[in-house]
Write a protein that binds this ligand. Structure first.
Ligand SMILES: NC(=O)c1ccc[n+]([C@@H]2O[C@H](COP(=O)([O-])OP(=O)(O)OC[C@H]3O[C@@H](n4cnc5c(N)ncnc54)[C@H](O)[C@@H]3O)[C@@H](O)[C@H]2O)c1
Length: 354
């Protein structure tokens, strides 16, 4: 059995990973500053499942001194994930301190104790300026990729895709963190795996409009609140892949056994061509699952840093780890709906006014 440290362990991904690993008998310590709205609810869940908790902030090196143990693996799941930071002219330092200097403190902790790292990065490292220039055709319900270029095909965007262009401050802090992980591998021989995740969805996700869009769509149907298609013609044809949290947890479990042989290798992780939806298809599915129909208006102007289409080509990840996504969009949205129905009281207050 392993001793596991989960940074951001009271977040959506961190808490689900923590609960799953604890159930297998591992010792799990969750480290979190509880900055995410609703993280106290997820904290209760991880504690109820036998994980321990340290209240700490990765921006403060001293907070790592609160960790009284050493660990076999560090899983980094914390972030300030909004792609909108910077798009309204605000100060970027909070996000940069959090996501980049915070990574430095995590890496220093890992270096001193020689703890292998699994780092959750994001598909947002791929520039939206490059993605939106790709050639798409338009079907009745979605945009479809219509060409073949280096790093992109109908299977999605692979790790060979260009990194030239603008990607959002969020994406930039994650890409810069990836480079640091690779350098810590090169200079200090620190083992690590980088998972560039597309949209992850599932129970216990406190979805917002700028993070966790599929969960957010189900919430809005469940609580009968209206919705809006933003940009790209206003018809909801923008496409994302979605990966069930359980599929991600299965991958992380496999990677835990193999991280020792990697030094900052990047793996794309997403629902892929197997599991993806446009927003208008998401609306249809939400109506089917919830039996409710909410009004959906539209705006023509694109949201800053938004992309028309993102499907993850995770072929290499599937080969290396003998893993593939198992849950389809309908399973994923249904699981969220069932979870929400069972926990309505805890969550209704979180979404008022959105
Ligand atoms: N959920 C997704 O769809 C998705 C997609 C791509 C990448 N990711 C990445 O996966 C990771 C986890 O995402 P999530 O969806 O669980 O996010 P989340 O917001 O639910 O969880 C993040 C957790 O980190 C904590 N945190 C934030 N700043 C911190 C700090 N300075 N010190 C300590 N704790 C801090 C928050 O309180 C929260 O509990 C993030 O790195 C994110 O970039 C997520």
């Amino acid at each position: 059995m392993k001793k596991i440290l989960i940074i951001g362990g009271a977040g959506f991904i961190g808490s689900n990973v923590g609960v799953a690993l604890r159930a297998e008998g591992h010792t799990v310590e969750c480290f979190d500053n509880l900055s995410r709205r609703g993280s106290e609810i997820l904290l209760k869940r991880v504690l109820d499942h036998g994980c321990s908790f340290v209240h700490g902030d990765i921006r403060n090196p001293e907070d790592f001194l609160k960790l009284k143990d050493t660990f076999d693996i560090l899983i980094e799941c914390s972030a300030e994930p909004s792609v909108l930071v910077g798009t309204r002219g605000e100060d970027a330092r909070f996000q940069i301190n959090n996501n980049l200097f915070g990574t430095v403190n995590c890496l220093e902790f890992a270096r001193v104790w020689q703890i292998p790292v699994i780092f959750l990065s994001t598909s947002r490292v791929y520039p939206y300026t490059a993605i939106n220039k790709l050639a798409f055709r338009e079907s009745d319900t979605r945009f479809e990729y219509a060409d073949n270029q280096v790093g992109v095909s109908q299977k999605g965007i692979s790790t060979m895709f260009t990194l030239q262009g603008y990607r959002s401050l969020y994406g930039a802090t994650k890409l810069a963190s990836e480079y640091l992980l690779q350098e810590y591998g090169g200079q200090y021989n620190l083992p690590s795996i980088i998972d560039r995740c597309g949209v992850i969805a599932g129970p216990w996700q406190l979805g917002k409009v700028d993070q966790g869009v599929f969960t957010y769509w189900i919430y809005r149907h469940y609580f009968e609140k209206d919705l809006r298609y933003i940009g790209f013609g206003g018809s909801g044809k923008q496409v994302r892949d979605l990966l069930h949290i359980d599929d991600l947890v299965r991958l992380i479990k496999k990677q835990m056994g193999e991280v020792g042989r990697f030094r900052g290798e990047v793996f794309n992780v997403g629902g892929s061509e197997y599991s993806n939806l446009s927003l208008s298809e998401t609306t249809a599915l939400c109506r089917k699952i919830t039996g409710k129909k909410v009004a959906v208006s539209s705006t023509l102007d694109n949201r800053p840093a938004d992309v028309k289409w993102f499907i993850t080509d995770n072929g290499n990840t599937q080969n290396v780890f003998n893993w593939k996504p198992e849950k389809k969009p309908e399973d994923i949205l249904s699981d969220i709906y069932i979870w929400l129905s069972e926990h309505t009281g805890s969550f209704s207050g979180l979404f008022k006014g959105e």
